[in-house]
Design a protein around this ligand. Structure first.
Ligand code: N01
Length: 532
């Protein structure tokens, strides 16, 4: 098969790939997006488990680059469900006529930079070769599922599902004994729904997590109208806030308030719901005293809600709140008061394997008709490392990043030795600590402007200098070390997967500050980069 030539090839047709395609096509470039799924949506195409929702308020979980596009869409609920988000991304693809430049059901296996041609050569599982000047990853931070290598999964006689690869058809839990492994955002959301149907639901819990109340509701016509009227304010919040979303904050440390005031504020947050438990005080992620105030509030809530004190104690999280992604749920703790919902701590009684009739623990077997793995993702770097991406002289990302957590990038966007390769929401960018569409718009806009600079100035390549990578890595580490994040074993650090290298690979300085840095680099004629 001959080569297919484009100006740019983008991997992935989620939020990132769709917007990148639109921007570059508007520039007049020829672009091909390569997507493994049969449709657009990225993670929202695959994560179809019952109850799947986004935990950012829906009115912020969309593109804002086009006022017209923004104003054409109305969210139904405070938090958009997976089907609604998928509908939204299909609406975007239709409105912008994106599908004609997306090749579905195709996976990129390998990409290498040809130094003589100054082009990327990209190979797919359909044995095609694409050649492009620009190669852009929109693979996402949470797209490669993690299924722990439990022994005996093939011997299980019932049904098994991973939350991130859920079947398109409805799974019926009626009259079934369901075992859930994992209680992160996916596990919590799925449990709340499955508990309504299953005969018995047992959570096998390794670490108790903090679950704040979501308070989901239908948006009224007035609320929808207001979101549309507030277009500019919502767009501004993408670049003016640390998280790319306007969440309630006192603007102060908890230490500035007495216990009564703290309780009053936290009660208000609990009642209004959402992720503001993480933003209500400015230093929750950095100051142990504030962190204790907020985390103890949740532990007290658990004690208040759960009738059985032993169960409540088991559900007490003890890591610094927000150093793992805060989870929001709907009456999550309440379900443990129901007789058919069981809680088994596997911290000291780990899973030894899957057997014909259930899950075998070190002590005892939990019988199941259905096993659900809500065990998360090879987060941050997993999806990039799965593809054999080779820069100059055949250097692979694996060679550059060691086992995957010794990440070296400049701005989380580019790498030395990988000319004209860009990562949308790559490691060492604010990515998962933000409202993702905000981070994606900022990255795509920056990449688009950078490509325009190359084209206008007749340049063949842009490449990060080694010294820029070193400085950026130090800046990211120094900032992270002023916070409590690196103290916790989480998917932020890679510690969710046994036996892998650890490393905290997120820029924690906030999307607002990060944008200023990226813009300065661009304004200074792409300071820290080399050109050919
Ligand atoms: O995955 P997770 P997730 N044996 O990694 C457990 C986004 N998201 O899919 O905590 C036993 O958080 C693991 O235990 P532990 C969001 O950013 C958003 O739920 O490592 N248990 C944990 O309980 C989120 O943070 C939305 O001890 C094992 C669970 O599996 C991110 O995706 C919805 C195990 C994994 O939790 C990931 O969430 C869904 C093992 N070997 C996802 N390995 C919303 O917008 C892992 N676990 C709301």
């Amino acid at each position: 098969m001959g080569e297919k030539k484009f100006d740019a090839v983008v991997i992935g047709a989620g939020f990132a790939g769709l917007y990148m395609l639109h921007r570059l096509r508007e520039r007049g470039l020829s672009v091909k997006v390569i997507e493994a799924a049969e449709g657009v949506g990225g993670v929202w195409y695959w994560s179809r488990y019952p109850g799947a929702k986004c935990d950012s308020d829906s009115i912020f979980y969309n593109f804002t680059f086009s006022e017209e596009l923004y104003k054409k869409w109305r969210w139904k609920d405070r938090y958009a469900s997976q089907p609604e988000i998928l509908e939204y991304l299909n609406f975007v693809a239709d409105e912008l006529d994106l599908r004609r430049d997306i090749q579905f059901k195709t996976r990129v296996n390998k990409a290498s930079f040809n130094n003589e041609r100054k082009q990327w050569e990209i190979q797919t599982d359909s044995n095609e070769t694409f050649v492009a000047k620009y190669f852009i990853s929109g693979v996402g931070c949470l797209s490669t599922t993690n299924i722990p290598p439990f022994e005996g999964t093939e011997t299980f006689k019932g049904e098994q599902y991973h939350t991130g690869r859920w079947p398109h058809e409805k799974v019926d839990f009626t009259g079934k004994r369901v075992v859930m492994i994992g209680n992160g955002s996916s596990g919590v959301q799925a449990m709340q729904e499955i508990a309504k149907e299953a005969k018995e639901l047992t959570l096998l819990m390794r670490t108790p997590h903090y679950v704040a109340e979501a308070r989901n509701k239908k948006l009224t016509k007035e609320e929808q109208d207001k979101a549309i009227e507030n277009y500019q304010a919502i767009r501004d919040s993408f670049s003016s806030t640390p998280g790319g979303i306007d969440l309630y904050t006192t603007g102060k440390s908890a230490t500035k308030f007495d216990a009564e005031q703290q309780k009053e504020t936290l009660d208000y947050i609990w009642k209004t719901g959402g992720l503001a438990l993480g933003t209500v005080y400015t230093d929750t992620g950095a100051n142990k005293e504030t962190n204790f105030v907020v985390s103890q509030y949740v532990r007290d809530k658990i004690d208040e809600i759960i009738e059985d004190p032993e169960k409540a104690q088991l559900l007490h999280p003890d890591y610094y709140i927000t150093t793992k992604r805060l989870i929001i749920g709907t009456n999550f703790y309440e379900i443990f008061n129901e007789e058919h919902v069981n809680l088994v701590s596997i911290k000291d009684n780990p899973i030894e394997g899957i057997v014909e009739n259930g899950v075998r623990l070190k002590e005892g077997t939990i019988e199941a008709d259905v096993i659900i793995y809500a065990t998360g993702y090879e987060a941050m770097t997993g999806s990039l490392l799965k593809i054999d991406i080779q820069g100059r002289d055949g250097q692979t990302i694996q060679e550059k990043w060691g086992e995957g957590r010794d990440v070296k990038t400049y701005l989380g966007l580019t790498m030395e030795n990988f000319p004209n390769f860009f990562m949308i929401t790559g490691p060492q960018s604010p990515s998962v600590l933000t409202n993702m569409p905000a981070a994606i718009e900022q990255h795509v806009d920056w990449i688009d402007k950078c490509i325009a600079y190359l084209e206008t100035n007749d340049l063949q390549t842009i490449e990060a200098q080694k010294v820029s990578e070193t400085k950026w890595g130090k800046q990211c580490d120094d900032l992270a070390n002023t916070t409590l994040y690196p103290h916790t074993n989480s998917w932020y650090t890679g510690a969710n997967i046994d036996g892998t290298q650890r490393g905290f690979v997120i820029y924690v300085g906030g999307l607002n500050n990060y944008k200023v840095i990226c813009d300065q680099v661009a304004d200074n004629n792409y300071e820290g980069f080399s050109f050919e």
